[in-house]
Design a protein. Sequence first.
Length: 192
Amino acid sequence: MAFRRGTIDLIVLDIGMPDMDGLEVCRQIRKTSSLPILFLSARDEEIDRVLGLEIGGDDYVTKPFSPRELVARVKAILKRTGGETTRENILATGRVSLDRGGRSVRFGNTVVALTALEFSILETLLKRPEMVFSREQLMEAAYGAGIYVADRTIDSHIRNIRAKFAHVGGTGVIVTVHGVGFKLGVEREGEV
């Protein structure tokens, strides 16, 4: 099913779909996922609404509907389930974006899998993209205050982050400022 291929926060299903009805699609999704599901249907009988909710739907909106009401219901579901992506959760510079809530990183449209420590380092750099960070600052961001690790441990994490971005076409994401530390070196939108 398509929902397994990407990061989806919510599914809107129409009950009257061709091939397989929305109720059956919901049953199939519920076997492997707890993604929020909102039913959108012309069927407005109480039994239809109850059935939709009982098999795993999170809400049920009948046609005709107000687009504003639909958006409000989607926002309410996402807020309740923690799937709402807000601007405060997204850090982005150039083609690199980091979703703090979803703990995901992308280069353009490609997901880049980072470890928790690598994620913390990149998050620190993205918070202040023009700033040069020392190894000590990045160590504190990744490990917390009072934890000692060798200076070159950060170099190893930076090398791994660079390699992961290079694998998806992102070269120069982090640059070394000799004698000082590291900074974000992301290409700006439209640059090659």
